[in-house]
Structure formats: C-alpha cells, structure tokens
Write a protein that binds this ligand. Structure first.
Ligand SMILES: Cc1cc2nc3c(=O)[nH]c(=O)nc-3n(C[C@H](O)[C@H](O)[C@H](O)COP(=O)(O)OP(=O)(O)OC[C@H]3O[C@@H](n4cnc5c(N)ncnc54)[C@H](O)[C@@H]3O)c2cc1C
Length: 407
C-alpha cells in the first residue's frame, strides 16, 4: 500500500529544510496529527482531527483483508502509519495502534462467524473506531484475568441477550469509540483465566465514566476509567478463547505497533534535536565534527536504529495476524520487543534532550522535547516492563532463545 518509510530511510532522505517526507496516503493525516499535537497535549483532549483525517483517508480499516471487505493492508503498512502519525502526535499514534491491534484480533479470529465479519465490513465502510477493554478493577493489571462474566437473561426477559458489567480501569478513547472488544470470563462459574472476547457494537453498551485521565503524557488517548454495561447475544463472543487470541495476536500485534509508534515519537525528537544543534553550529560558525551535542545525537540514532532493527526482525518473524507463522513466534521474543524498544526510545529522547540543551528543555519553541519525553514515559509502564520481565524470566527457562538467525 505505502512505500517503506523507516527511520533510517527517513533520516537519509531528510531535505535541506529539516523536514522529512512521509510515505504515501498517510502523509495528509500525519500532517493533521502534527498540526494539532500541541493543543491535544495541552488540553488533554482526543485527537479528533487526526482520527477524522485517518477515517477520511480510509486508513482505519487497512488491516481488513479484501475477502472481508477491506483494502488488505499488511501489518507492516499499519506499523508505518503508526510511525508516521506518532511522529506528529504520540497520542494520535497510540489511538491508531490500539485500534489496529483490536482490528487484527477480529481479522485473525473471526473465522466464519457472521457477526464479526459483518462488523469488519461495516467498520471499513464507516471508518469505525474499535477500543480495547482488558483492564479491570481487582485483577492487578493482568490481561489474563477477568472478574466480569456474562449473566444470562432471565427466562421471561423478551430480550434474550446476556448482561455484562465490567469496571474497567482504563479504556483509551473509550468515550470516542464506536465499538469495544471486551474480555470477560466465559461464564459466571468459569475460572478467572478462562476468558472470551466480546465484540460490542455501538448499540450494545453504555459507558459510565468513573475516573479521569489527568496524566503527564499520552494525554490525548483519554484512557479513562469506565463501568461498561452491555447486552449482547451469544454470537458476539468470539469462539476462540482469549488465551489464544492474546498469545497469538493481541500481545504480539500490540507490541509491534507500539514499537512503531514509539520510534515515530523518538524520530521527531531526533529531528528537533538535530535542528537545535545545527542552529547553534550556524551561530558559532564551528565545524560539525567538534559541535557540542553531536555525540549525543549519534547515541540517540544508535538506539533508534537498534530499536528499528528489533522491530523489523519481529515483523519478519511474526508475519501477518492469523497466519500459521504468527503462531510460532515465541512469547519471550514478543515481550522483549516491548521492553527493549520502550526503553531504547525513551533513552534516545533523553540523549536528544541533552544534545539540544535548553532549546529542548523549554516547553515552547520548535525544539521543545517535553511532550515527546512525557508521552514516551508511558511506554515502560503501560503493561509494566517489570511485570513483563518477571513473566519472561519463567519463559527463559523453556526453549532456548533463537540466537544465530541473523537474516
Ligand atoms: C497510555 C495508556 C493507555 C492505556 N490504554 C488501555 C486500554 O485502551 N485498554 C485497557 O484495558 N487498558 C489500557 N491501559 C492500561 C494498561 O493496560 C495496564 O492496565 C496499566 O498500564 C497497568 O498499570 P498499573 O501501573 O496500574 O499496573 P500494575 O500492574 O498495578 O503495576 C504497578 C507497578 O507494579 C509493578 N509490578 C506489577 N506486576 C509486577 C510483577 N509481576 N513483577 C514485578 N513488578 C510488578 C510494576 O513496577 C508496575 O509499574 C492503558 C495504559 C496507558 C498508560
């Protein structure tokens, strides 16, 4: 769909004016995201303009295959979009990544079921935004535990749909979504880890806001707390258990898309730091070799190229959502992509800040890096890296890591 626009390529292609070209049809929405990024961050509001532009450009349904009524974009296409949008606005990039990760779950696990397939066709046509409801009070941030369970309707209830009530601690852009993918126990007597995913359409649920989103970064994601009250027919629960969906699709796709958007945020920080260093150099008339800040720029670029190499390798190993290949990727590798890229990008932006000096430390001006740093601090703590590493520690004692497969 689009031409590749990786970090290394984007840096190499940077024009003399200091701005980098963005790939194909994503260029317009990415520019809209960038134009509104400061206001979205300052006001802590949903990036409505960017999402409308993505909808208009037909990018929200990009992962839906042609056989299901979509354009048939690849996961790499979605990563490039997240990169390009996040380069302008981290919050808009995160909204896009979360939406694509949920769409990927539907695409990979809808099977022949009519309801999710009809939803996907409609989502492409109308540009519907899909949100994730895995978080819940009382499960300690563990995706693989649910307390919420469907209550069957009473025998004399004319509406024979089940009731679901979930007290979610965070639903990104919950108030702005058209549909939800919600994890719940299979039945009232099921174990907490025996979960299924429910697809709730616009008319199936109500949200009651129970907590706000006054955070230091990712302010535009509006990841507020809500009680979700839903009524849904049995056909709205995906037939594949959530354990398999989480392992095969939700977690790997989310980590891959997050990596793309985090690198996008850091790529913009690097552009800004480079511009700041070049500006100082012009004023002082010195040579690039001895310019203060350049070793930090080099260190930041090293981190980002390494992060991008990890992402490229993960994409190659994973393939497409729902493919046989995707089921073979090891959970430890999926986890390590997340922990490594979240920390590498944050560290890279720290290096950029030191390179830019006060121009980057200011919260205003073309070289300001505050938003980038604040947005990226969400990376190691959204699904905490310590918890992921604790899980990986157990996995490390299983099959040995696949080292030596360089290409
Ligand atoms: C920007 C953003 C968007 C989000 N969007 C959504 C969304 O759309 N839908 C959704 O459902 N959720 C969403 N979440 C919530 C997310 O899925 C997690 O539930 C949340 O990040 C957990 O936060 P917590 O700090 O309360 O985690 P906790 O699990 O309570 O962890 C708190 C701290 O305890 C430590 N810790 C926890 N477990 C372990 C362990 N096993 N070993 C060692 N240390 C541990 C870690 O240091 C961690 O930082 C979002 C979060 C963010 C930041």
């Amino acid at each position: 769909m689009t031409s590749p626009g990786g970090l290394a390529e984007a840096i190499a292609a940077e024009s003399a004016s200091g701005t980098a070209p963005l790939p194909g049809a994503i260029e317009g929405p990415a520019a809209v995201a960038a134009a509104h990024a400061e206001a979205v961050d300052r006001e802590g509001r949903f990036p409505a303009e960017a999402i409308a532009a993505l909808r208009q450009a037909g990018r929200l349904g990009m992962l839906v295959p042609a056989a299901m009524g979509g354009p048939g974009g690849t996961l790499a296409d979605a990563v490039r979009d997240c990169f390009a949008v996040a380069r302008g606005c981290g919050s808009a990039g995160m909204v896009l990544a979360m939406h694509h990760s949920q769409m990927a779950c539907l695409v990979a696990h809808a099977g022949d079921a009519a309801w999710p397939r009809e939803y996907l066709a409609r989502a492409v046509r109308d540009g519907l935004l899909l949100a994730s409801v895995t978080s819940e009070e009382g499960v300690g941030g563990n995706l693989r535990r649910s307390l919420c369970a469907p209550e069957p309707a009473a025998a004399d209830d004319p509406d024979q749909r089940a009731h679901l009530v979930k007290r979610a601690t965070n639903i990104s852009y919950g108030a702005h979504a058209s549909a939800l993918l919600l994890s719940a126990r299979r039945a009232p007597d099921a174990a907490e880890a025996d979960q299924v995913l429910w697809l709730l359409g616009p008319d199936d649920y109500r949200l009651e806001r129970t907590g706000g989103w006054e955070t230091m970064g990712m302010r535009g994601t509006r990841s507020e707390a809500f009680v979700v009250r839903a009524r849904a027919g049995a056909e709205q629960a995906l037939s594949t258990g959530f354990g398999s969906i989480a392992t095969e699709t939700m977690t790997p796709v989310t980590h891959i898309l997050w990596a793309g958007l985090w690198i996008g945020i850091a790529a913009d920080a690097l552009d800004r730091a480079r511009a700041a260093v070049k500006g100082k150099l012009r004023k002082s008339g010195g040579s690039a070799a001895g310019a203060p800040g350049t070793p930090r720029l080099a260190a930041a670029t090293e981190r980002l190229l390494a992060a991008e190499a990890l992402l490229a390798s993960a994409l190659r190993r994973y393939g497409e959502p729902g493919s046989a290949q995707s089921r073979e990727m090891r959970p430890a590798e999926v986890n390590m992509l997340k922990t490594a890229v979240s920390e590498a990008t944050l560290d890279a932006v720290g290096q950029c800040l030191i390179a830019a000096g006060l121009a980057g430390y200011r919260v205003d001006g073309a070289h300001a890096l505050s938003r980038h740093l604040r947005d990226l601090w969400s990376a190691p703590l959204m699904v905490p890296n310590d918890a992921i590493r604790a899980a990986s520690a157990t996995l490390m004692l299983g099959p040995r890591p696949q080292l030596g497969r360089f290409l």
